[in-house]
Design a protein around this ligand. Structure first.
Ligand code: COA
Length: 150
């Protein structure tokens, strides 16, 4: 498995994986394109034989805080450590660039992601009522989670 940053030719596979991971809550092609090409984007992809196994993309909010916009791993290989590898790479790069805080929003019922973030040192700092436009399993609520980097 190879870890590298985004190339424009990755967009189609990223969209496919995003749809498989988030269903009706998935980002659109244009949003993903904007996110992976945005100034200051910090992104990593896990690749095996030209197949994208997972990706993470964070964007700076200011010069000390970055927001994880999306992280997704191919559902067939969840819980095999690839999310952790991508997260660790991203966190090291954020630290190297001088960021002090990572923030993210996660659906209140996305237990696997909440557990993943807790394992990586995040704490829920806010409950966001009706944060998402589209309900999934009857809720639009989210948690904001933060991690302070050393
Ligand atoms: C969240 C996600 C990126 C985690 O990636 P992953 O490669 O499966 O995670 P890892 O194998 O690195 O897991 C690391 C730890 O996270 C936690 N975790 C991950 N999946 C979990 C699950 N289904 N249930 C409970 N804990 C889980 C565990 O603590 C795990 O450590 P352990 O396996 O030693 O117990 C992945 O589940 C995913 O793509 N989910 C769908 C998309 C999504 O919801 N993204 C987040 C949006 S905010």
């Amino acid at each position: 498995m190879n870890i590298r940053t985004y190339l424009p030719s990755d967009l189609e596979q990223i969209c496919e994986l995003e749809k498989r991971s988030f269903g009706i809550g998935a980002y659109s092609v244009s949003m993903l394109k904007k996110m992976f090409n945005a100034p200051g984007t910090i992104n990593y992809l896990a690749i095996e034989e030209d197949k994208i196994l997972g990706y993470v993309c964070a964007l700076p909010l200011d010069n000390r805080m970055a927001d994880i916009e999306s992280i997704a791993i191919d559902p067939r290989i969840h819980r095999s450590g690839i999310g952790t590898i991508l997260f660790n790479r991203m966190e090291s790069e954020l630290l190297r660039k001088g960021y002090q805080v990572i923030v993210l929003e996660v659906r209140e019922n996305n237990t696997q992601a909440i557990n993943f973030y807790k394992k990586h040192g995040f704490k829920a700092t806010e409950f966001l009522q009706n944060y998402y436009k589209i309900p999934i399993d009857g809720t639009r609520n989210a948690y904001r989670m933060k991690k302070f980097l050393d």
